[in-house]
Design a protein around this ligand. Sequence first.
Ligand SMILES: *[C@@H]1O[C@H](CO)[C@@H](O)[C@H](O)[C@H]1NC(C)=O
Ligand SMILES: *[C@@H]1O[C@H](CO)[C@@H](O)[C@H](O)[C@H]1NC(C)=O
Ligand SMILES: *[C@@H]1O[C@H](CO)[C@@H](O)[C@H](O)[C@H]1NC(C)=O
Ligand SMILES: *[C@@H]1O[C@H](CO)[C@@H](O)[C@H](O)[C@H]1NC(C)=O
Length: 441
Amino acid sequence: MGRAVGSWRRATLACVLVLVLVLVLLAGTRALENGLARTPTMGWLHWERFLCSTDCASDPLSCVSEQLFMQMADLMVSDGWKDVGYEYVCIDDCWMSLTRDNQDRLQPDPERFPSGIRKLADYVHSKGLKLGIYGDVGNKTCAGFPGSYGHYDLDAQTFADWGVDLLKFDGCNYGTQDQLAEGYRNMSLALNKTGRSIVYSCEWPLYMRPMQRPNYTEIKHYCNHWRNFADIYDAWNSVKNTLEWTALHQDSIVDVAGPGGWNDPDMLVIGNFGLSWDQQLTQMALWAIMAAPLLMSNDLRHISPQAKWLLQNKDVIAINQDPLGKQGYRITKDNNFELWERPLSGGTYAVAVMNRQEIGGPQIFSFSTSFLGNGLACNPACSIQQILPTSEDWGLHNWVSFLNIKVNPTGTVLLKVVVIGESPAEKPVMNINKKPSPDIL
Ligand SMILES: *[C@@H]1O[C@H](CO)[C@@H](O)[C@H](O)[C@H]1NC(C)=O
Ligand SMILES: *[C@@H]1O[C@H](CO)[C@@H](O)[C@H](O)[C@H]1NC(C)=O
Ligand SMILES: *[C@@H]1O[C@H](CO)[C@@H](O)[C@H](O)[C@H]1NC(C)=O
Ligand SMILES: *[C@@H]1O[C@H](CO)[C@@H](O)[C@H](O)[C@H]1NC(C)=O
C-alpha cells in the first residue's frame, strides 16, 4: 500500500512537472490573451492618405476631423467594404488637442471633433463597425501632440470609456530603450485592466531594432500586431523595400506570426496615386501572403472601380484571413523574379510570382511544382487556380509539372494550389493535352 501510494505520488509529481514544462513552453509563444486579431485586422487608417492635415478651413474634405471618419464609416457600409471584412475605422496622429484637459485626460481637437470621440465611436458602432485611435508611448506623438508617458493607465481608461476598439501606439520620443519597452508593456497591461476588448497595435520592434534585437516572443505576448519597418509611402520603391526587408528577416519574424499576433508591414496604399496597376496587384497579393493586417489608407469617396475590385477581391482576402494563420515567406529570388508561398489550411498553398524587372515587357518565369510546399503541394497532383491578376482555372497538374508564368514588370501572379489526395480513388486522371490558359505557355 505504502509503495503504491509512493509510486502514485511520484507519478503525480511527474505529471505535474510535465504539465509545468508544457505550460512554460506554451507561454513562450503565447499571443496577447485578449481574444482579438485571430486573423489579421482589416479596416481603414487615415495616415498615408490624409497625414496631419489639420486646416479644415482651407481643406474641409481632407482634414483630420470627425466628418472624415463618419464619411468613411458610411462608405464602408454602403460600398461593400464591411461585407468583405473591413471593420476598423482608424484614426492616426493629429486628432488631439495640444493640451490635456483639467483632469489630465487626452482630449480631441475641439474644432475638428466637436462631438467628441465617444459620439464618434457610437456612430461607428451604429454602422456595425469598430473605431481605432492613436497614441504614443513617449512624451509627445510623432506630430507633437501629447504622448502617453506617465499616463498609461489614465489614457487606456479614457479610450475604454469612449468605446474605442483598437489602439495604434506609436514610439516617437520614447526616451530610453528601457522606457520604450516598459511603456509598451505597461500600456498593454493598462488596456487589459480596463476590461474592454481593444486591439493593441504596436511599433515597438521598429523603434527597438536600431539599438537591440527585438524579442518577438515578448512582443507577441503584449501586442496584437507590430510594425517592424519604416512607414509605407505611396510609391513602388516603398512597397519594394518593405517586401525586401521582410524577406531578408523572414527567419526571425515569420514563425512568430499566428492567431492573435501579426507582423505589420503597414498600410495598403492601393487606390491612390503612386502605384501602377501591376504594383497595386503586387501589394495586395504579397500582403495576403504575409498575413498582414489589411488597413487601407485611401479616399473611399474617390476610388477607381479597379482598385475597389482588387481591395474587395474575396479570394485574396480569404488567403489573407486563412484560419491556419501561418505567414508566408520567399522561397527564392533571382535577378528578375521572386517566388513566395504561404501554407493555408487544408494542405493548400498560396503562391506568388513577382517580376522584379522595371524594364521591358512581360517575362516568363519557369519552375517545377516540386518547388512548392517542400515538394508536397502538388504530390501526387494538384489543381491550380489563378487568383490575380484575373481569376482563371489552370486545371490539374502533378509533381513533375513545370509552370511557365508570364508576369508584367513589377507585377505579380497569385495562385492557389490545392493538393489532390493520395488515395487511388481520389487520384485524378491527368489531362496532358488540356489547353493551358494564356498565361501558362
Ligand atoms: C486580460 O488578460 C487576461 C489574461 O492575462 C485575459 O484572460 C483577459 O481576457 C484579458 N482581458 C482583456 C479585456 O483583454
Ligand atoms: C518625459 O519627460 C519627463 C520630464 O521631463 C522625463 O522625466 C521623462 O524621462 C520623459 N519620458 C520620456 C519617455 O522621454
Ligand atoms: C510601468 O509600470 C510599473 C508598475 O506599475 C511602474 O513601476 C513603472 O514606472 C511603469 N513604467 C513606465 C515607463 O511607465
Ligand atoms: C524573450 O522574452 C521571453 C518572455 O519575456 C523570455 O522568456 C526570454 O528569455 C527572452 N529571450 C531573450 C533572448 O531575451
